[in-house]
Structure formats: C-alpha cells, structure tokens
Design a protein around this ligand. Sequence first.
Ligand code: NAD
Ligand code: TYD
Length: 357
Amino acid sequence: MVSALRILVTGGAGFIGSALVRRLITQTPHEVLNFDALTYAGDLRSVAEAADHPRYHFVKADVRDRTAVRRAIADFEPDVITHLAAESHVDRSIDGPADFIDTNVVGTFTLLEEALAHWRARPAAERASFRFHHISTDEVFGSIAEGSFCETTPYDPRSPYSASKAAADHIVRAFWHTYGLPVIVTNCSNNYGPYHFPEKLIPLMIIKALAGEPLPVYGEGANVRDWLHVDDHAAALTAVFQRGEPGATYLIGARSPRTNLEVVRAVCACLDKLAPRQDGRPHAQGVSFVADRPGHDLRYAVDPSRLEDELGWTPGRTFEEGIEDTVQWYLANESWWRPILEHRYDGQRLGLAVPAR
Ligand code: NAD
Ligand code: TYD
C-alpha cells in the first residue's frame, strides 16, 4: 500500500498532465495540486472527472511567475513536484522559439529554485523523500539511424523545442549534483491517446479525415516515432516518482516505432471500420505529401529496459489496441475537440477547417 503524498503537478491541464491527474485522483490516495497557466494547450475539461474530488486542487498560474510558484509551494507543501508544464509543439517552436526558451528553460529554472528553497526548509526526516520529477522527451537525443536511445545516449537536440527541453534537463541534473535536490528525469517517446490537442499528428489526421480533407504527411512520411499510449506514460510516471532512485534518469517507451505513413494508415484503417467515408473509398486515399518540416529528425526509438527491470513497469496495451481506442474516443468526444477548433484554436494557421456537423 502506497502512503498518500502531496503532488504538485505543473501542466496538469495539458495532454499528458491531465492523464496523470486523472490517474492520481482515481487510482491513488495522493493529494493533487494542478498548477497550470491554461495556455492555448491547457483545458480544464480534460480533468473534469477529477475536478470535484476533495483531493484535487487547481491554481491558474505560470511557472515563470516566481511569486505565484512560491505561494503555491508554501500553501500546498508538496512532497513531490512533477513538472510537465511546457510549450510542446515542434512546429510552433520553429515558427516562434521565444516562448519555448521562456517557459521550458526559464520556467523550469524558476520552479527548481523555489523547489530547492522548499526542500531545504523541510524537516530533515522529510528531505530524503522529496522528489522533483522533470518530465522530458526522447527528442533531446536527436535522430538515431538504428537501435534505440538509452539513459547514456549523448544529447543532440536539433529543434528549438528539443533544445529547450535539453537545456532544462541539464539544469535539473545540475541541481542534483550541486545542491543535492532529489531530482528524477524521465525522457519519453511520442504519446497518443484521448485529450490530445488537435494540432498533433494523430488527432489532426482523425479530425481531417472525418472532414474529408487531405491528410498532410510531411516529406515522404518515412520519419519514425516510437508511440506510447498516454495512460501508459501516466502509469510509468507514477511508478517513477513513487519508487525511482533520486538522481536517476529513466527512458519511457513501448518499443513501438512506426513511420508516420504507417501511423496515418493505421488511423485510416480504424476509421474505415468505425466511420467509413460516404463515398465508400478508403480514408487513406486522403493522404497528401506536403513540404517537409525544417530540420525534421528522421528517427526516434527508445529502450525502456531500465524502467522495466528496476521498477517493473510495462505498457498496458499494444499500439493496435491503443490506436483503435483513441479513434473511438475522438468519435465519441466531438464535444471536446469541436469547441477547440471553433473558438480557441488558430485553425487558419495550420489549415484546419472545422468539419461539417
Ligand atoms: P501540452 O502542450 O498538451 O500541455 C502543456 C500544459 O502546460 C498545458 O496545460 C499548458 O497550459 C501548460 N503550460 C504551458 N506553459 C505554461 C507555463 N508557462 N506555466 C504553467 N503552465 C504552462 O503538452 P503535453 O504533450 O501534455 O506534454 C507535457 C510534457 O511532457 C512536456 O514537458 C513535454 O515536453 C513532455 N513530453 C511530451 C510528449 C508528447 O508526445 N506529447 C512526449 C514526451 C515528453
Ligand atoms: P507531432 O505530433 O508534431 O510530434 P513530434 O514532432 O513531437 O514528434 O509529429 C509527429 C510526426 O508527424 C513528426 O514526424 C511530424 C509528422 N507530422 C506530419 O507528417 N504531418 C502533420 O501535419 C504533423 C502535425 C506532424
């Protein structure tokens, strides 16, 4: 039986943060403070099933706002800080990198300094059990031609997004080595699943296919990503902050690398079964090869052996199971994604028309 902890989750209204919050409230005894600025990517509807629970709390605040961070930490007195708040979309980082440096680097640094002050002020007996868990990405390692990234792979970030995450990872580890702050870093592969913002590959393809629009695949669709269901990521994060070793790094992935074209075809095959086109043609006929992303990393693949061997985590579903569930979720939850397209999302920028009702 796990004893109840006080967990401050930054970015808990985002895609992965909301999956973690839902899991913590429904499957653990932990008390949760969701600390989120509610940027374009944050949505409290993603944590609706946790919102009324007495162990759930929310504060709308920015990780770059030192006063707000200090107040939240002082009021909530966390045992664990799980830091997910970030600017997360590579294409946006290419168009405008400044927010990525601000939030992902400076925001992480601000949070670290306030976490350090909080940790130092704790009674000695409680200091050892404190954790600052920094959630990062496999993209910090750059592109790998064959084999998989592991915990000792040298960093080689190549987009403004991955460079900002890499910088943050280094600063987090510096706080462990220099000050002894008990940090843990996890680097995870691409996630998919419910409540994924419609600018990312998989939800974008589902929504565009439903609208009968072309499905824009960058380059030749040969880039490889290693896909993990978001609920499996949330389970891994929970295992890591509860049982992981301070100072350690864990890579998280499901050994499920696929080309983008394979992923889009898998989405289309599910839609052919669950929501066939009215003209009887396969959805994959909509695939349209478009200009490649500048500096597009060719291949990511993750070796999660350390996490499996030391903490006993394994993914709960295959990609085939997860992708069908995900397509079903988007079909059943148009009420979640349609308002994003209609009211809050810069649809024109990515050419995302609102599908007809
Ligand atoms: P997301 O863009 O869906 O959500 C980010 C959340 O952070 C939003 O709720 C947003 O409101 C909040 N936020 C942004 N800037 C903030 C700020 N300055 N202060 C407070 N809150 C702020 O992102 P995601 O896909 O859920 O990713 C979460 C974390 O996981 C990120 O750190 C990302 O780098 C990492 N990650 C993501 C993936 C992936 O496939 N999505 C894979 C590996 C790692
Ligand atoms: P994305 O979901 O943006 O995640 P990331 O860039 O963090 O891996 O993209 C996943 C892959 O899909 C990536 O190789 C870029 C590609 N992609 C397309 O081919 N078309 C699109 O419209 C988008 C958004 C992404």
